[in-house]
Design a protein around this ligand. Structure first.
Ligand SMILES: C[S@@+](CC[C@H](N)C(=O)[O-])C[C@H]1O[C@@H](n2cnc3c(N)ncnc32)[C@H](O)[C@@H]1O
Length: 726
């Protein structure tokens, strides 16, 4: 069991500002800020200086790899020896580095296995380009995998020299390398042992690189693995292209493995690019090679004869055994699924080969065929427009909840967001109301001094009890701290005609005795049974259960939990699904299942005279599994809005399901008139049937180590084309 103290420090993946004085800075996790600040102070770039800033990307990788091993994700006793200093990365960063380590390991092992079967005296060669402080050599040597193989590493001279020095200082490392020599400062060869050579060279200067490798006895005719792990995107596209073509020409029997970023155009991709630009290490080539297909074409065109590539979601899902995935998923408390899947969707592993030894069986399987309708070819578009212009909106939050209190008044509470320039669990409430001139106005409202305070929960649900009352169920403070009890929020308006003059009181909801809800990412839907109004609470997760499948019914009039029979095959447990009321029952769609895989099922909890019945809705064509979306029923159609999916390279828009026929179609959002980027997950949305609109409020998330993004604007989606049948 992990302690609360642990989570308090691990929670920092939700705090991405690392400026001096911030929580992460005080704990010493301030690398990103320090680097950015150092670079700002350095002033204009030269090629040499830029090399300096690119080199520092190694510091960040090395510390993350060290933390990864220290927290049991991978076995690597050497990462800590090669990089001094304590560091603790967040669970999200650990997962990101874990899947990277496994993807690279998969390819390296496949190479060694294939070349190990070759007749003696063939010696396989691993050439790590931009190796930085990576511990690959030591891991392979300790595992006994270098009996018939050797390792060469190349990085800038400064990086290579300091690695060689570091090895010299550490007896555990020296005992693995065996006798070695350090090169002098005029030589490209910084370190040399019988099976390990470290070279200082610039990957953009290929003739010199070739000479240095010759001098270091790299045999171009031997089977060779070229590995560039998070390296090529730091080279200008022409330099990267030259390196890929040079390698194809020089090594007739080779495997080239790269791991790097892609998908620069969507919201997450934009934030990723901006992050590296701010560090003065811009990512190159993503516009030219934005997806795995373009990357594969690039290698085939450059002379590699076979090539396959997978994004990291697919690698994780298809190439890691289920028990290993479970092990990793249980290592630390974790609740940043959206960010984890988005991160994995923006990185890929690619293996290109030449020659008989390595081209026979692909190291990576071809991408999986898609069963779902291609959302990249939508049936239509819903136009989107920003309806508020306040950049400093207190709706800059995610994991909150919103309700339509009365026509034209939307109330939001909770979530993680921006408050007084800080990223934190939000304590203020938010009101969006339509003024007399039909414009949407936005204001922050606070609690009445005498009442209780908002406890800072997120991933809760809110249900309108009346024009002025809201019931809050579930939610969490951290992944090891569920929010305690249900809350009732009551709004008071001090000036009759002025929505902004409202204040809120927070009280514990007066519930009858019964089970205490300690889940989050669940759903609450209004349903009817024997003409009585109930709240149907379904799914979610808790501290001990990764997914819940319970059905609970809260009788609204008495506030008592009531057992009501539910027949039919119970759907698999899930969280982060959508739920909306329909025909007195509830429609449940998608969600994340127990194995952390998005689900595509749509279920109807149908009311019957004796209780409820689960029915599965048959949808054609099948819809892409998704979660962290919202849903509404409009004109007999179920609309699934936004969310996260991992089986398609496009960004989820709106899936429209005809509830009479079960037919589905995909719509994209036309966001040309909305300030970009818009991130549609962990948002909330409200249907305005009269206006034929859905209002999207908040949303966004912590984009891996790249920073946290909150949608600044409330966005209206125009659904009028659905009612006119266009
Ligand atoms: C993000 S780090 C990755 C390090 C290592 N591959 C790993 O995964 O831990 C990128 C590395 O590429 C190296 N690099 C980038 N451009 C280079 C160039 N033109 N020549 C040599 N090394 C380069 C940097 O110095 C840095 O060590």
């Amino acid at each position: 069991m992990v302690s609360r103290g642990f989570w308090q420090s691990a929670l920092c993946s939700e705090v991405t500002h690392t400026a001096p004085g911030s929580e992460r800075h005080q704990r010493g996790e301030c690398f990103v800020w320090r680097t950015a600040e150092r670079l700002r102070v350095m002033g204009p770039q030269s090629r040499g200086r830029r090399a300096g800033t690119v080199q520092s990307t190694n510091d960040s990788s090395a510390l993350s790899k060290r933390s990864l091993a220290a927290h049991g994700y991978v076995r690597d006793a050497f990462a800590a020896l090669l990089v001094p200093g304590p560091v603790r990365r967040t669970p999200l960063i650990h997962r990101g580095y874990y899947v990277r380590a496994r993807a690279v390991r998969h390819c390296v092992r496949a190479f060694l296995q294939r070349t190990g079967a070759l007749p003696a005296p063939t010696r396989a060669q691993v050439l790590s380009l931009g190796a930085g402080s990576d511990s690959l050599y030591f891991r392979l040597k300790a595992a006994g995998l270098l009996a018939r193989a050797a390792v060469w590493e190349v990085d800038f001279p400064d990086v290579s020299r300091s690695k060689a020095e570091r090895i010299r200082e550490i007896p555990e490392l020296c005992s693995l390398t065996g006798p070695f020599q350090l090169g002098d400062s005029s030589s490209a060869l910084c370190f040399e042992s019988s099976d390990y050579r470290i070279l200082g060279a610039d990957l953009r200067e290929l003739p010199k690189l070739g000479e240095a490798l010759d001098c270091a006895s790299l045999d171009a005719t031997a089977p060779t693995l070229l590995l560039a792990e998070a390296v090529l995107t730091y080279l200008e596209p022409a330099d990267a292209a030259a390196l890929i073509a040079w390698a194809a020409q020089r090594f007739p029997d080779a495997l080239f493995v790269i791991y790097e970023q892609m998908k620069p155009r969507d919201a997450f991709g934009q934030i990723m690019l901006q992050h590296f630009r701010r560090l003065h290490s811009p990512l190159h080539g993503l516009e030219l090679f934005p997806d795995v297909e373009a990357q594969v074409r690039r290698f085939l065109k450059a002379g590699w004869t076979a090539c396959s590539a997978l994004d990291l979601n697919e690698f994780y899902r298809r190439l890691l055994p289920a028990d290993e995935r479970r092990r990793v998923e249980m290592l630390e408390p974790f609740d940043e699924f959206e960010e984890w899947h988005l991160k994995c969707a923006h990185y890929f592993i690619l293996a290109a080969s030449r020659g008989d030894t390595l081209s026979g069986t692909p190291v990576l399987p071809p991408p999986e065929a898609s069963f779902w309708v291609d959302p990249a070819l939508p049936s239509g578009f819903f136009s989107a427009r920003a309806v508020t212009s306040d950049q400093h909106s207190s709706l800059k939050r995610y994991g909150h909840a919103s309700v339509l209190l009365s026509p034209g008044i939307i109330f939001s509470a909770g979530g993680f967001g921006e408050e007084e320039g800080r990223h934190c669990r939000v304590s203020t409430f938010h009101l969006l109301w339509r003024s007399r001139d039909s414009e949407w106005k936005s204001s922050q409202i606070s609690t009445l001094g005498t009442g209780g305070q908002w406890d800072g929960r997120l991933y809760h649900t809110m249900t309108r009890l009346s024009d002025t009352q809201v019931l809050v169920l579930g939610g969490r403070l951290s992944p090891v701290t569920p929010a305690s009890g249900a809350l009732q929020l009551e709004l008071y308006r001090s000036e009759a005609d002025c929505p902004e003059s409202q204040t809120v009181t927070v009280t514990e909801a007066a519930m009858e005795e019964g089970p205490v809800l300690s889940c989050w990412r669940h759903s609450t839907t209004e349903v009817y049974y024997q003409n009585q109004r109930y709240l149907f609470v379904y799914g979610g997760r808790s501290v001990v259960e990764p997914v819940l499948s319970d059905c609970r019914f809260l009788h609204v009039e008495t506030m008592a939990w009531v057992p009501i029979p539910v027949e039919g095959a119970a759907p698999e447990g899930r969280h982060s699904h959508s739920a909306c009321g329909w025909q007195g029952g509830a429609l449940i769609a998608g969600g994340l299942g127990a194995s952390e895989e998005p689900l595509s099922s749509v279920l109807f909890l149908r009311p019957k005279s004796s209780g409820f019945l689960w029915e599965s809705i048959d949808i054609q064509p099948l819809i892409t599994p998704r979660y962290s979306h919202t849903a509404h029923v409009f004109h007999g159609k179920l609309l699934l809005v936004g969310g996260v999916w991992i089986h398609s390279s496009s960004v989820p828009g709106v899936t429209v399901i005809d509830l009479t026929t079960g037919s589905s179609s995909e719509y994209q959002l036309d966001t040309t008139s909305v300030p970009w980027p818009v991130m549609l997950h962990s948002h909330s949305s409200v249907l305005l049937p009269q206006e034929q609109q859905i209002l999207l409020t908040g949303g966004g998330g912590n984009c891996f180590s790249f920073g946290t993004y909150f949608n600044p604007h409330t966005v209206a989606l125009d659904l009028s084309s659905l009612s006119t049948g266009q």
